[in-house]
Design a binder for this molecule. Structure first.
Ligand code: PAF
Length: 314
């Protein structure tokens, strides 16, 4: 991947636009595709308050044409497989695909299905959009990239390293990992303990510290921890006190003022990523004969809200 690498970014939400604008302002060619075309002139506000302007090619998924060097799928988790199905027939065989979805649902399925190397990425970068032509990079984070495929090979490793270095040069620090499955589950665990609850009660992350919510959070973390222990997934090391409880409370503290992504979806009457986040946990609980009543109740509420037509419910 060189400076002139052509990146297609499919899914122009906050993350897709952040990646696209960062790559474009560091010299890469970027095409941004979504359901509707966005303005070609886009502005990125950095966490330091600097304004960066860039011109991207913008188009719709239906009108995408050409030969990308790499495709980044940055849709919501529930849109990834549909977007891939629409895209795949138009891609030259062997086109590398990078999956940026939350949770752990579409990644193994698309890794098996895609005709080319597939990498998964997980990031703690924070961003939000302001209108159609502006994205605010709200906070620096880190991106981890790895290969889920059992037939992982040296070429995939090289691709992951090249991509990590392109992102790092573009201002999104990234590194390769050889345990991306574990990393995706770790992020899923934190999301599962925070997102459904704040969406259910329409509160900021930091409100979970109140005595009214604290026991709920603690019991959800305990359910998540038991499931992950059965799956053989440990919490990440080296980030303060060990254990899932400590990790989740650290994230709550660090993001106290955040309106979490699932709450934003609920407030905007959009579908949520509950299937990708809670689904794998509930499936794993079933497989290991574990009870997870708190997670199951939140999943049922989120499902019900969508069945009831989202905006009409709750
Ligand atoms: O989904 C989100 O908003 C974030 O992953 C998290 C960690 C819950 C913080 O808001």
């Amino acid at each position: 991947m060189t400076l002139s690498t052509h990146h297609w970014i499919v899914g122009p939400g906050a993350l897709g636009r952040l990646i696209g604008l960062r790559l474009a302002t560091s010299g890469s060619l970027v095409t941004l595709a979504g359901r509707r075309p966005l303005p070609e002139r886009q502005t990125l506000i950095t966490p330091e308050g600097t304004r960066l302007d860039a011109t991207l090619f913008t188009t719709t998924l239906a009108n995408l044409a050409g030969t990308p060097d790499v495709v980044h799928l940055t849709t919501k988790a529930y849109g990834a497989e549909g977007a891939h199905a629409a895209l795949a027939p138009r891609l030259p065989a062997g086109t590398p695909l990078v999956l940026w979805q939350n949770g752990f649902g579409c990644q193994p399925r698309l890794t098996a299905r895609h005709d080319g190397p597939v990498l998964c990425a997980t990031t703690t970068e924070g961003a939000f959009v302001e209108g159609d032509d502006r994205v605010v990079h709200a906070g620096h984070g880190e991106t981890l990239i790895g290969d889920l495929s059992p037939s992982s090979n040296a070429a995939h490793g090289e691709l992951a390293r090249t991509l990590a270095s392109a992102l790092t040069q573009a201002g999104l620090p990234a590194r390769t990992v050889d345990d991306i499955r574990r990393r995706l589950w770790q992020k899923l665990a934190v999301n599962a303990a925070i997102n459904p609850l704040v969406a259910r009660f329409r509160i900021l992350n930091g409100d979970l510290r109140a005595p009214r919510y604290r026991p709920l959070v603690e019991s959800l973390i305990a359910e998540v921890a038991a499931i992950l222990a059965a799956e053989g997934i440990d919490p990440p090391e080296g980030q303060g006190a060990p254990g899932w409880q400590a990790l989740v409370w650290r994230v709550i503290e660090g993001t106290a003022g955040n309106r979490a992504s699932m709450l934003q979806d609920v407030l905007a009457a959009r579908p949520t990523e509950h299937e990708a986040i809670l689904g794998p946990l509930l499936d794993a609980a079933d497989a290991h004969g574990l009870q997870a009543p708190g997670l199951a109740e939140l999943a049922a509420w989120l499902r019900q809200r969508e069945l009831a037509g989202i905006g009409n419910c709750c």
